[in-house]
Design a protein. Structure first.
Length: 494
């Protein structure tokens, strides 16, 4: 995975600063509450939502179990339809492939559909280094690009910006990227959208090369699918002569019939709509001058840690993700810290389990992400493909603290425990020993009860971080087992 967010501190450090930004917290609170309330109403309209959710889970799990077969089937179908398939083991290889394909066209500009896979590999930066300018055409991505910012949400990358900030960015930056913002631009949504439309229209009409991701790939026909709400995707997928799609290998579904499930669950979970305003599908190339679609089509299938993730029986469920962002909108941690604190293009609960698996847990930020959660379980409840995010978080916490065997770059390796967790490991081992020795446990409980008046309300040393925002629970006057014996199982208790 690319180091797009190089230099990011561990999540607790980044979150410490973010929660003190009142403007950021206000923007996040307003946006996430609005989206999740609308989603809840949209989901409630379907009597069979639970069955659709289970169907999506089963389809994804089946596909992941047979991923090798379906990827080969997809490649054969794409080639039959006139496309070319490239395989990229990591970010560097994917960037080299795409950069070469663009330069072979002789063009120095490309228009892009919103794509988290290209953000993951740092494609814009790789193209810029080779003299190719990549223009984001999704409205929120345009805001982020013009503001020299980073995305902070899967669905709404500029969720941390309010309308006034967006107006200032457009007024200040649009002229350097193309058509300037209109004079007297206000912060009304209609005017901001019109400024973006005018700015982007000249790029759509001029661009000869488009770059996209895909929400789904259908193995049986070689069809790629992009769902979006603004129409920019339709422009990027139909106007350019050359289309290059960079897609993670987990985005595949076996058949058109399987696609029907996700075209019901994705819109409702992401934008709270019954159906996306634009659902674009393309299969291979077109030869006719009057037909929509590319004359040259390249599909870059991206691994970049996905097969390593697939090797983990618990962690692999993260690959079910359809990038709806529902988990972000209900997460109390994300709502307060924002997406930048996660140090990845995948923020929120899904980022906390996906990034450490794609990138490993060697860095400070990735080792801290499994702890960026209260384990409340709200993310699991809203996930349209039933990813048990708390289960994976606990699994990754165990990996960080204890180390152990994992798959990296296709090879089985043994991780060393991360630094800074020696006290935690010692405490867990001591607890394990005590539970294995009932006499010692009983003596410790009695000692704690008899000395309870001397217990501090705050923990010393490293424990300060935990007890700084909460009181320590009070120790009862006697252990439960002693109370049980004294009261005859509660029968003699007053």
């Amino acid at each position: 995975m690319s180091g797009t967010f190089v230099g990011m501190p561990a999540f607790p450090v980044a979150a410490h600063d973010a929660v003190r930004d009142e403007t950021l917290r206000g923007n996040l609170r307003h946006a996430t509450h609005t989206i999740r309330d609308k989603r809840a109403r949209a989901v409630a309209e379907l009597d069979d939502w639970d069955r659709l959710r289970e169907a999506g889970k089963q389809i994804k799990d089946h596909t992941l179990r047979h991923l090798d077969r379906y990827l080969v089937q997809l490649e054969e179908a794409v080639v039959r339809a006139g496309g070319t398939v490239h395989w990229a083991a990591d970010a560097d290889e994917a960037n080299r492939i795409v950069t070469r394909l663009v330069k072979e066209t002789g063009e120095s500009e490309v228009v892009k559909v919103k794509s988290m896979a290209t953000q993951e590999i740092g494609l814009n930066e790789a193209l810029e280094a080779e003299g190719v300018h990549a223009y984001e055409t999704d409205l929120a991505e345009l805001i982020v690009q013009l503001g020299k910012d980073r995305p902070s949400h899967i669905l709404v990358p500029a969720i941390h910006r309010n309308r006034g900030e967006i107006r200032d960015i457009f007024t200040r930056e649009m002229g350097a990227w193309g058509r300037p913002a209109p004079d007297g631009l206000t912060d009304t949504p209609a005017e901001l959208a019109e400024a973006a439309r005018l700015h982007l229209r000249e790029k759509f009409l001029r661009a000869k090369v488009g770059i996209s991701g895909a929400n789904f790939m259908v193995a049986e026909t070689g069809t790629l699918v992009v769902v979006e709400s603004e129409g920019n995707g339709r422009m990027c997928l139909t106007l350019p002569e050359t289309l290059i799609s960079v897609v993670g290998i987990e985005k595949i579904v076996p058949t058109w019939r399987d696609l029907e499930v996700f075209l019901q669950t994705l819109p409702r979970s992401s934008t709270a709509e019954r159906m996306n305003p634009y659902t674009s599908m393309w299969t291979g190339t077109t030869d006719a001058d009057t037909a929509d679609g590319p004359r040259v089509f390249h599909l870059v299938l991206l691994d970049n840690g996905r097969t390593d993730t697939l090797a983990d029986e618990v962690g692999r469920q993260a690959l079910r993700c359809i990038r709806c962002s529902a988990c972000l909108n209900v997460c109390p941690v994300y709502e307060r810290a924002g997406g930048h604190a996660y140090g990845s293009v995948y923020p929120g609960p899904i980022g906390a389990i996906l990034s450490p698996q794609l990138r490993g847990t060697a860095s400070e930020i990735d080792a801290s992400l499994p702890y960026a959660s209260s384990l409340c379980g709200a993310c699991y409840e809203v996930c349209p493909v039933a990813i048990d995010i708390p289960e994976v978080l606990v699994r990754l916490r165990e990996r960080v603290v204890e180390g152990g065997p994992v798959t990296r770059d296709g090879a089985r390796v043994t991780l060393k425990p991360a630094k800074g967790h020696a006290a935690e490991r010692a405490a867990m081992r001591a607890a394990g020993w005590a539970f294995d020795h009932p006499g010692a446990l009983r003596a410790g409980q009695r000692l704690a009860s008899r000395t309870r008046h001397f217990h501090p309300r705050r923990l010393p040393g490293p424990g300060k971080a935990w007890s700084a925002t909460r009181d320590l629970p009070k120790v009862p006057p006697e252990p439960f087992r002693d109370w049980w014996r004294r009261t005859n199982g509660g029968k003699d208790a007053r």
